[in-house]
Design a protein around this ligand. Structure first.
Ligand code: SAH
Ligand code: SF4
Length: 376
């Protein structure tokens, strides 16, 4: 009998890898394609978390699969629910190789017309953007494709979003449609530094027989790993968000240090080409509002010039402070003025209202609470 953690997890395998895996478990070659289809259906449409639920597979086959494989879902260490309906889960994944078990946070943000899941791609982050709390935490490891998908599957199951499931009594969710309708790769980590795993997970999320999300409802956010922006355009073709935050190299070099490797000119060139290559109709630029750092009307003017000719939306994010951070959030009036300046010049620039503040679920705050608790 193999130990649970040594078994291959079937979540996150594409069709051919899944067929190869079950082929090695003596499923006859003639049946491989049908069995693969059935297992995908159970995993991604029905949210099965055990082989016993897969009733159109014979009892013997279910037993063989359970002997050799797992459907390994993250363990919920903690769930917090904000008074605005935002839910934050602290999730634990088992150790890989010589490492220890790891924890990441995943956040669900309900709105009237959508329910968005903010998914993590790494444990910690190797980059050190100066305004981001995740950037102060050491990079532990990349998440596997199964762990990225595991966050989505777990959230759907907690929200009662699979066929035949009931939603929790206290759920705040969109008025109609799927409770989890949108995915943003904006949790912990830099998704384009974990490209292969993120790609594998998102291709299953996009697949009609997988989680069946439309391309318009999956957004990958990056600090600007230019070569992999091109790969995203060609190989994933989802929506793209760029963490811009500054309009001049000298300032962006400080705020988003990867800018020293891929400066604004190369980043903006990639953004100009992204819609044509990927088919995405526009790019989102995230801009964190830092008092007296990047919030002047000069910055707003330069932003308009920089984004000229790129179909864009600018998300203005009021800075979320964290203990020890050296920045302050811009005044409300300054943010309003900045937003109006952009809007007057034809740039959509909504101010992102912070969600889940009472449970520290806002941008850049993830994992801080759990780390703090461990330190005390
Ligand atoms: N690493 C990726 C995705 C995760 S960060 C990236 O950098 O794009 C998600 C968004 O939150 C980014 O735009 C990031 O710049 C922003 N962010 C980080 N810390 C923040 C803070 N303290 N306040 C507001 N936004 C923050
Ligand atoms: Fe990493 Fe993104 Fe935070 Fe920068 S903003 S440190 S890339 S998670």
């Amino acid at each position: 009998m193999s130990l649970e953690h040594e078994k291959t997890c079937l979540i996150g395998l594409d069709r051919s890898a899944l067929a190869a895996a079950i082929g090695s478990a003596d499923v006859p070659v003639k049946q491989l394609s049908m069995r693969t289809k059935q297992i995908w259906h159970w995993l991604y449409h029905r949210g099965a978390s055990s082989f016993d639920e897969m009733l159109n597979l014979s009892k013997d086959l279910r037993a063989t699969l359970a002997e050799k494989f797992t459907i390994s879902m993250p363990e919920i260490v903690d769930e917090q629910i904000s008074n605005d309906g935002t839910r934050k889960w602290l999730l634990r994944f088992p150790a890989r190789g010589a490492g220890a078990p790891v924890e990441v946070e995943t956040v669900y943000i309900p709105e009237r017309d959508r329910g968005t899941l903010c998914v993590s791609s790494q444990v910690g982050c190797s980059l050190t953007c100066t305004f981001c709390h995740t950037g102060t935490q050491k990079m532990v490891r990349n998440l596997e494709a199964s762990e990225i998908l595991g966050q989505i599957l777990l959230a759907r199951s907690q929200l009662g979003d699979f066929e035949g499931q009931e939603a929790p009594y206290d759920l705040i969710a969109p008025l109609e449609g799927r409770k989890l309708s949108n995915i943003v790769m904006m949790g912990m980590g830099e998704p384009l530094f974990n490209f292969e795993n993120v790609k594998q997970a998102l291709l299953i999320a996009l697949d009609d027989s997988g989680l069946c999300f439309s391309r318009r409802r999956i957004t990958l956010s990056t600090s600007g790993v230019v070569p992999n922006i091109f790969r995203t355009a060609e190989e994933i073709r989802c929506m793209l968000a760029i963490s811009l935050h500054a309009t001049r190299d000298e300032l962006r070099d400080v705020l988003v240090p990867i800018n020293r490797k891929y400066p604004l000119e190369t980043l903006i060139d990639a953004c100009r080409k992204y819609p044509t290559i990927s088919g995405a109709r526009r790019i989102t630029f995230e801009y964190v509002m830092l008092k007296d750092v990047n919030d002047s009307l000069r910055d707003a003017r330069e932003l308009v010039e920089l984004l000229q000719g790129i179909p864009s939306k600018v998300n203005l994010i009021p800075f979320n402070p964290w203990p020890g951070s050296e920045y302050q959030c811009s005044d409300e009036k300054t943010i309003d003025r900045f937003s109006e300046y952009l809007a007057d010049r034809g740039l959509t620039a909504p101010i992102r209202r912070p969600r889940g503040r009472d449970i520290l679920a806002a941008c850049g705050q993830l994992k801080s609470e759990s780390q703090r608790v461990k330190l005390t």
